[in-house]
Design a protein around this ligand. Structure first.
Ligand SMILES: Cc1cc2nc3c(=O)[nH]c(=O)nc-3n(C[C@H](O)[C@H](O)[C@H](O)COP(=O)(O)OP(=O)(O)OC[C@H]3O[C@@H](n4cnc5c(N)ncnc54)[C@H](O)[C@@H]3O)c2cc1C
Length: 595
């Protein structure tokens, strides 16, 4: 069943009422082209495409999957036509530089549009999603010649991009990668090696594919300090920029996998393929971080997408499906039973999904705004503040939103009962598609180490303090507002506790560094719950001022969902504090023989 409806009302609430995007866009380059009227028209157009074209293809992609035949990969029926429509409408170029054919609109608008494409059909949206990361990498690190050759084609959508990091023996630990880059006489490099799990590595949507590949130069230092970054096109560009000779890179096979069947996950063989260095030698990982950070926010969005889709599906079902009577008496006297949405436990499951989806939207749009500011703010202090915010909140968004997105997708199945386990409704596909989000772009465990080890403890808590100060200011400013005291008071307490817990782990880690790894995932989830609580409190503040408006039901729903979040989800922080503080010994005491 393909019944996605773009949540335009809530998107506009977050953009305009909560995050002040209208004023924000006026401070961005080309901001005059992103007035609220124009943006709303763009949102409506995108919603139509997602609801009418992409959503119906979601189950088609799942059932058919991609097929491989002698190196040629064919995407499911309808994927290519949808991509052609997407390109014709100019969607790929929306947020890219005008000098390379882009429309120059703010990056954050692209994130908002990706929420819709991603929720309607995650597997399909990965094709343009990876191109977007490749474009960002070239924009920042490519030479002028590379930009005019590759970026223009990617911006147009005529070519797509990939990111090629993973090899069979190394996923997390890229320092071990072995793909080689030997210099050719003409200044290019011969790239040899095998990359696995490459999303969108080969397909029939576009005339060329631009692989962004990590490889080692001869004599490069061991580990991550000896990795360089290369462009390796499937077809070498001719002098006039069109597609030329076939390069020595091919898809050896497709992975059979749990979900996202419509996206081709490829084994890519580079057999002396011609490649071109991007950025300085041996600094490839630094340049690739541009791609990885874009992809991490993109994957955080995937968590939101699965929570939203599961919620939409299970809400419609719960209003329609009748089973048993409500405990407090008959609610549907004309029928033999009451709709299951009357039962408190079904509401618990629906509200959990709603709270994570709407809360996730707030966090992601906030981060999207920080990306705009980091790139284009007028002054360095604003840029630096946005960078700090992104450094702290990107691992939280990536891991917390994908974990809670998966929980939500799972709860959606539960709302359907046995019917959720059956293909017809799409709820089980949503769970299978969601599962990868906690694995790629750095697993939850790796995001947690990045957050606690690299970001928080290595900065002596400074990066965290910058955010807790923002929360503190919000709590102080609203401490006398009785309408939202039920949110502000617990938020202020937790905000203080966040610092205390961090200090506790920091001290324990000085005695035993394993304490960091032992606490990290609980710490990340704990941080995620508080972060979302901050956004839910802001939403409640805006809503509380609009309870008499013509849309009072919408705003009342916001406050009641915030209350549910605070009373039923936020208390999870307390069990996380207990487990974090239990220390590393209960994990490390077992000897290998005792396992
Ligand atoms: C469908 C799909 C699409 C993908 N798309 C791409 C793509 O487009 N491009 C690309 O380059 N890659 C891609 N990947 C690869 C993906 O990014 C990796 O699978 C991921 O980074 C994990 O690496 P790994 O599988 O080698 O697991 P490993 O690195 O072997 O990790 C195994 C487990 O050990 C844990 N672990 C490892 N080191 C530590 C540590 N120091 N501390 C604590 N725990 C640790 C991990 O968290 C994980 O739970 C894709 C994978 C899949 C399945």
């Amino acid at each position: 069943m393909s019944d996605y409806k773009a949540p335009i009302r809530d998107i506009k609430f977050v953009m305009y009422e909560l995050m002040g995007f209208e004023e924000h866009y006026q401070t961005m380059p080309n901001g005059e082209d992103a007035s609220q009227d124009v943006v709303e028209a763009i949102l409506e157009e995108s919603a139509k495409f997602c609801e009418n074209v992409l959503a119906p293809l979601n189950s088609v992609g799942d059932e058919q999957g991609c097929t491989w035949n002698d190196g040629v990969v064919t995407t499911p029926d309808g994927f290519k036509a949808a991509y052609e429509q997407f390109v014709e409408a100019g969607w790929p170029s929306m947020t890219h530089h005008t000098e390379y054919g882009g429309q120059g609109l703010p990056e954050s608008l692209g994130t908002v549009l990706s929420e819709m494409t991603g929720t309607s059909n995650w597997a399909w949206c990965m094709y343009p999603g990876l191109s977007h990361g490749a474009m960002k990498t070239l924009e920042l690190h490519g030479t002028e010649e590379q930009k005019s050759t590759y970026l223009t084609k990617l911006v147009e959508g005529a070519w797509t991009g990939t990111m090629c990091l993973t090899e069979a023996h190394c996923g997390t630990d890229l320092g071990m990668l072995r793909t080689k880059a030997e210099p050719n006489e003409d200044g290019s490099y011969a790239i040899s090696g095998t990359k696995i799990f490459i999303s969108a590595g080969e397909h029939d949507l576009a005339e060329n594919i631009v692989h962004i590949v990590l490889a080692r130069l001869p004599g490069a230092p061991e580990g991550t300090k000896g990795i360089s970054l290369f462009i390796v096109p499937k077809f070498l560009p001719s002098d006039d920029g069109s597609v030329g000779e076939r390069n020595q890179v091919a898809c050896g096979s497709l992975e059979e996998k749990m979900g996202i069947h419509g996206n081709a996950t490829c084994v890519m063989n580079f057999d002396g393929a011609k490649g071109y260095l991007i950025g300085p030698p041996n600094k490839g990982l630094n340049c690739m971080f541009t791609f990885m950070n874009t992809a991490r926010l993109g994957t955080a969005l995937q968590g939101l997408a699965h929570a939203e889709l599961g919620y939409q599906k299970s809400l419609a079902y719960a209003k329609d499906r009748i089973q048993m009577r409500a405990l407090s008496g008959v609610k549907n006297p004309d029928g033999p039973a009451d709709p299951i949405i009357c039962h408190p436990d079904v509401r618990r499951m629906l509200l959990t999904q709603k709270a994570f989806a709407e809360g996730g939207r707030m966090l992601i749009y906030f981060l999207a705004k920080q990306v705009d500011i980091e790139s284009h703010a007028q002054n360095e202090a604003d840029k630096a503040a946005a960078s700090d915010m992104l450094a702290l909140l990107t691992p939280i968004a990536k891991a917390f939103l994908t974990e809670t997105g998966f929980e939500s997708a799972n709860l959606a199945v539960q709302c359907f009962g046995g019917h959720g386990y059956i293909r017809e409704w799409g709820a089980e596909q949503n769970v299978r598609d969601a599962r990868i989000s906690m694995l790629y772009e750095g697993t939850t465990g790796i995001q947690a180490l990045d957050l606690l080890g690299r970001k928080v403890l290595m900065s002596q808590g400074e990066v965290l303090r910058k955010f807790t100060k923002v929360i503190h200011k919000f709590c102080e400013a609203n401490k006398d507002n009785a309408a939202i005291s039920e949110f502000v008071e617990p938020l202020a307490q937790l905000n203080k506790e966040w610092g205390d817990v961090t200090m506790h782990i920091g001290l324990a880690a000085m005695e035993n560094p394993e304490e960091v790894g032992a606490a990290s995932v609980d710490y990340l989830m704990y941080s995620g719950y508080i972060t979302l609580a901050y956004f839910w409190a802001q939403a409640a503040l805006v809503a509380s001022a609009n309870l008499e408006s013509s849309e009072k039901d919408y705003y009342a729903s916001k406050i009641k969902t915030a209350r549910f979040y605070y009373q039923r989800l936020l208390p999870r922080t307390q069990s996380l504090v207990t487990t974090m503080k239990s220390g590393a010994a209960n994990l490390l005491d077992l000897t290998l023989e005792e396992f």
